[in-house]
Design a protein around this ligand. Structure first.
Ligand code: UD1
Ligand code: UDP
Length: 387
């Protein structure tokens, strides 16, 4: 076999292959960071981090923790941006970038509009796409919206389908995806957690005082488009009801930067001294909160996986989830957005130790992986691309 110096341009003077990792939002940054670091550590290909800037500070803060800086930032975000706007500006921006400086492969993650548009831009130029977190399905095109459509389309485009779990792999097989394109790798969010849990990263600041005296606290997040307006308001009212019933409890609510979400939350939860209504936490502080809270109430995708990995009960304020593994493990409970139902489930968990203990506790076999998904993904890309 030919001997190649892997850290310099390939033998014979050929350039290293170029991999563009395109990310746009906070969860894409957190879940792609371990893969970017792994590919760069191996140094067999040249890895360019392309931020679309669908998120601005939330994306940059997430990258910062992993000491990553985008090589390119399209900075598309604007206040209250529409789906049309993000789709068109990311498609055009990534397309122009690939025209002026082509890549050999484009890697995308999950189901955001960045994921969809970057995949389309690569597809239009015949550049193969690798889809990390492929195969998740709610089987309802409207839930979550528009993410279910995004992931279905990207999975049709992608050359490599990196399915985090067997269930995701089966979804892809059932849709007729060629088996040789599917790889079950685990979810890179567990890699990110593994890299983060070692530190003691409690959030700092006077405003955190209510949860720093050991009081049990509820961690709550909400941001999904289908939750905007009345559903988020019901979720907030549910939190107030739980706090009324459980006088010893506090709540930590790191608000998404979206003004639509913040206006609703501030209107209902603002000014309550039992509730810390704060800006998004940096990733290690949020992981600290996940590990130290009593229960979680969230509509987030990534939080369902992290809660399961940590064995922390999470009430999922949605009607369906594309992460059935979390439900099967028992750590996640679908509660929809009815205030009474959310409040009574939360109250039961907080007041009944036997119900709580049946769910809580670190997961012995985490269905989302072992924390080494990035290495498996990098192995496949190297095998197929760097021959
Ligand atoms: C997006 C994704 C969603 C993902 C979520 C992760 C789509 C359609 N939605 O939803 O799948 O779960 O990210 O958080 O791709 N904003 C800021 N600063 C930021 C980020 C957002 O001010 O750093 C505000 C802006 O006003 C922006 C708004 O939030 O217009 C909404 O951002 P957008 O990316 O459109 O939607 P998300 O709800 O964040
Ligand atoms: N997260 C964070 N700070 C916060 C809230 C969440 O770092 O204040 C992280 C969280 O650990 C998870 C990711 O953001 O990894 C989830 O992002 P989000 O809920 O915005 O998107 P989703 O996963 O629903 O697409």
């Amino acid at each position: 076999m030919e001997s190649v110096n892997l850290n310099s341009p390939r033998a014979g003077g050929a350039e290293k292959k170029k991999i563009d990792v395109v990310i746009g939002t906070r969860p894409e940054a957190i879940k792609m960071a371990p893969l970017i670091l792994e590919l760069r550590r191996r140094a067999r290909a040249s890895v360019r981090v392309v931020a679309t800037g669908q998120h601005s500070d939330m994306l940059n803060r997430a990258l910062e923790y992993f000491s990553l800086v985008p090589d390119v930032n399209l900075s598309v975000m604007k206040d209250r941006q529409s789906l049309d706007y993000i789709t068109a500006s990311v498609l055009r921006g990534v397309g122009e970038l690939l025209d002026s400086n082509p890549a050999d492969v484009v890697l995308v993650h999950g189901d955001t509009t960045t994921t969809l548009s970057a995949s389309l831009a690569a597809f239009y130029r015949g550049i193969p796409v690798g889809h990390v977190e492929a195969g998740l399905r709610s089987f309802d095109m409207g839930l979550p919206f528009p993410e279910e459509m995004n992931r279905v389309v990207v999975d049709r485009i992608a050359r490599w389908l990196f399915a985090p779990t067997d269930a995701a792999m089966k979804n892809l097989r059932n849709e007729g995806a060629p088996p040789e394109r599917i790889f079950v790798t685990g979810n890179t969010v567990v890699d990110a957690l593994r890299m983060t849990l070692d530190g003691d990263s409690a959030p700092v600041g006077q405003d955190m005082a209510p949860i720093m005296d050991g009081a049990p606290f509820i961690l709550m997040t909400a941001h999904r488009r289908e939750s905007w307006g009345a559903p988020i308001e019901r979720i907030c009212r549910a939190l107030l009801r739980v706090l009324e019933r459980r006088g010893e409890c506090r709540a930590l609510v790191p608000m998404h930067r979206n003004p639509v979400v913040r206006d609703s939350m501030r209107g209902i939860l603002g000014g309550d001294e039992r509730i810390i209504l704060c800006d998004p936490l940096d990733y290690p502080s949020f992981v600290w909160a996940l590990a130290n809270c009593r229960i979680i109430i969230s509509d987030s995708g990534g939080v369902q996986e992290e809660a399961t990995a940590l064995g922390k009960p999470v009430l999922v304020t949605r009607d369906v989830t594309e992460r059935p593994e979390a439900l099967e493990r028992g750590s996640a409970i679908l509660v929809g957005t009815d205030a009474d139902l959310i409040a009574s489930r939360a109250d039961r968990l907080l007041s009944d130790p036997s119900e709580y203990d049946a769910i809580a506790g670190r997961c012995r076999l985490n269905p989302f992986g072992d924390g080494y998904a990035s290495a498996r993904i990098a192995d496949v890309i190297e095998r197929d691309l760097l021959v």
